[in-house]
Ligand binder design. Structure first.
Ligand code: ADP
Ligand code: MG
Length: 699
């Protein structure tokens, strides 16, 4: 075999990898030696020692040796071969559902065998089902290995052995050829963070020696894994930064402030029913400065629920309109898109522009008309869901993209919309908004291609929401309270949550709740809103609630984001222990929008675990989204905070954000130096970790 001088060589150059195996490896995304080397085992098996049978516990996956005491075929239930072995310290049953006569014959009583499998509770004590086993000459003759056995993710037709051999060869090449597996992390940094060199880290993870425990590998505390997670996160960070630097070289329409434009914006501000807060004015100024430049704005506006982000985005839209450009506003749900549509309709009344609406629900001629208006430029503002970029939408002159509740969308969706608006070299400005104040460490990773503005002030007169944590046994008190509240001409939300991911079940539960509440509360106008209703129905219900034709709105978590009804000042959240803190904070943000006191009752189903109690306490004691997000991270993990589980924002090969959150600080510390001091390494790192899916830096 030729010695490769680069890891970009195809896996086919390795001994034993023919065309067929190569194509199977490709199914796992493994094309090159580099891919293979970074294809880490997803678990390990420990054959380095023989366990005494008497010391086994269910759940252990271990190597044992024993002598066959008896063997029999049991006809009970599914026919099975059962063989009991004993090593003097205890016995265990081996069970086979598929077996041959020769197997049966080979396991005669008195025969010594070694077995490897997971230990379980069986019908008659501990058992191993279909263990790997070998007949040995005596109990002392059991062969152990010096390293843990890696178990790789596989695909059909590929065996552990094939992949183990291939990885082994690739590793040997790296060992023999200095520089083949380039280590771009400077020595000083490795020292500072006590990370091993790349080759050592890789070696450890593919073939851990006795100094590494299975537990440490599984829970991710081994430095080898930390080092790779660090490198992977660094690559993601760098790719986002590169993207951001690139946007600074791009052209964007400059929204010049002519005199006429100035008059229009002044008029707009004057016609608002309220005075902008200082924070809103500051953020507006930041946006204005961005939009006057010739390069695309990439700005994230972070502001707690109710801080008034929508009007800020409307002002940005106005800047685009006055310069003769179109604006696209994308919201994560139809409910929210509809609400924005209503607000924009009001705010832009009397301004010569047409606000239009597009979601996946819009069909036929209505849809055609909207698409036409966008294409010929009659529509100035288009508000919608992700249908805005998924469908055959063409803009006449898109100058600004506004994305609300950014955390619900992936990085990719955000970038895809920008591509849509590209005309020649000119790309639209982008303003994204989020109410989920993600902890700084995560923000720097997820939003490192964006500039940040923070609205850190609520409109005047808002009072903190008084939150109480109460057990479900007090349901009748709660119902009494609703009665009194409605008697004062005020409105109530009742939010149902359910463990099941199933929307159908959630909706059924909400329906039931609405029925029982209506029975218990004669005279109270109860309505229901959930995710499976048609958007027109939802719209009608929301409108009725806004117009106070409904007193009590029973909802699933569809009302989580953005919805705004100031007269609704009481919210009951059933089973809050099932949701993330940030999500609860968002839900709770539906109340507290008026100037009166407002209340949130977290009605839990006992008994609560200590963590759950603690979590709900955080919510009771704080109204500050940032504090809550930090606690959420601490108590639940970044996946929930970032919403990665919903949207799959970032796909990692190795990193687990919950497990490896501690690495982020180092990434940030080093990332920016890297960009300026090691540009060659940056590209190579991104290639290695983001590979063909380097969408961040492609756009
Ligand atoms: P969010 O930041 O959660 O998206 P919204 O933009 O929906 O908040 O604003 C919440 C409510 O506050 C809306 O009814 C909005 O009209 C109102 N609002 C926004 N800014 C102000 C302000 N400066 N003074 C008073 N009310 C405001
Ligand atoms: Mg909002």
């Amino acid at each position: 075999m030729r010695i490769p001088n680069t890891l970009h060589q195809p896996v086919g150059i390795l001994a034993g990898i023919g065309a067929q195996t190569a194509s199977r490896l490709q199914k796992l995304g493994l094309y090159t030696l580099q891919d293979l080397i970074f294809h880490l085992p997803h678990r390990y098996e420990d054959r380095t020692r023989v366990y005494r049978i008497g010391s086994l516990k269910p759940g252990m996956t271990v190597l044992i040796a024993g002598k066959v005491e008896f063997i029999d075929v049991l006809p009970r239930g599914r026919k099975s071969l059962v063989c009991r072995i004993n090593d003097g310290s205890g016995f265990i049953n081996l069970k086979f559902f598929h077996f041959s006569a020769s197997q049966h014959n080979a396991l005669k009583p008195g025969t010594a065998i070694s077995c490897f499998a997971e230990v379980r509770y069986g019908f008659a004590g501990l058992e191993m089902v279909h263990p790997e086993y070998k007949v040995i000459s005596s109990l002392d003759d059991c062969v152990t290995e010096t390293r843990l056995t890696p178990v790789y993710p596989l695909t059909e037709g590929l065996s552990q052995n094939v992949i183990r051999k291939a990885v082994k060869q690739a590793l040997e090449l790296c060992q023999q050829t200095p520089g083949l597996l380039a280590d771009w992390i400077p020595e000083a940094i490795l020292k500072q963070y006590r990370y091993p060199s790349l080759i050592d880290a890789i070696q450890t993870l593919h073939a851990p020696d006795e100094s590494v425990s299975v537990e440490a590998l599984q829970n991710g505390s081994v430095p080898a894994l930390k080092r790779l997670a660090f490198e992977e996160l660094l690559a993601h960070y760098l790719s986002l930064r590169i993207n951001r630097n690139k946007t600074r070289t791009w052209q964007a329409p400059s929204f010049h402030a002519g005199e006429a434009a100035q008059l229009t914006t002044d008029h707009f501000i004057r016609s608002l029913p309220f005075k902008l807060t200082g924070a809103q004015q500051r953020v507006i100024a930041e946006i204005e400065a961005d939009c006057r430049r010739q390069h695309p704005m990439m700005r994230l506006v972070q502001g707690d629920v109710g801080s008034g982000k929508t009007i800020v985005s409307a002002y940005a839209a106005l800047l685009a309109l006055t310069a003769g450009y179109q604006v696209a506003v994308m919201a994560p749900t139809e409910l929210l898109a509809e609400q924005h549509k209503r607000n924009f309709d009001i705010w832009f009344e009397g301004f010569e522009t047409q606000v239009m609406y597009l979601t996946g629900q819009l069909k036929g001629n209505a849809r055609k008309a909207v698409l036409q208006a966008l294409e010929d430029g009659t529509a100035g503002i288009i508000i919608g869901t992700h249908a805005l970029f998924q469908e055959a939408v063409n803009f006449h002159r898109l100058g600004l993209i506004i994305i609300d509740e950014q955390h619900r969308f992936g990085v990719h969706q955000r970038l895809a919309l920008r591509e849509k608006g590209q005309q020649g070299d000119v790309r639209p400005h982008q303003l994204v908004m989020t109410a989920t104040p993600i902890p700084r460490t995560l923000a720097m990773l997820q939003y490192s291609d964006l500039d940040l503005s923070i609205i850190d002030e609520l409109p005047p007169g808002r009072k903190p929401i008084v939150t109480s944590v109460i057990p479900a046994e007090r349901r009748s008190d709660v119902i009494e309270r609703i009665n009194g509240w409605v008697g004062k001409k005020k409105q109530v939300y009742w939010v149902c949550t359910l463990i099941e991911e199933s929307e159908v079940l959630q909706c059924e539960a909400a329906e039931k709740t609405a029925e029982t509440l209506a029975e218990a509360l004669p005279g109270v106008r109860v309505a229901l809103i959930h995710g499976r209703m048609k958007s027109a129905e939802k719209d009608a219900v929301m409108q009725d609630f806004k117009n106070h034709k409904i007193d009590l709105l029973v909802a699933t978590t569809v009302i989580e984001v953005g919805v705004d009804v100031p007269n609704a000042g009481l919210m009951i959240i059933e089973n809050p222990e099932r949701l993330g803190l940030s999500q609860l904070h968002q839900l709770r943000g539906r109340v507290g929008r008026g100037s009166d006191d407002s209340y949130c009752l977290l009605m839990y189903q006992g008994p609560l675990s200590d963590t759950a109690r603690h979590r709900l306490g955080v919510l009771r004691d704080s109204n500050d989204g940032f504090v809550i997000a930090e606690k959420d991270l601490e108590l639940r993990g970044p996946g929930e905070v970032m919403g990665t589980r919903q949207t799959g924002q970032m796909q990692f090969k190795i990193t687990d954000l919950v497990r490896d959150a501690d690495v982020l600080a180092a990434v940030q510390q080093i990332g920016d130096d890297f960009l300026t001091q090691a540009p060659e390494a940056v590209q190579s790192l991104c290639d290695r970790w983001l590979g063909v899916s380097t969408i961040y830096s492609e756009v």
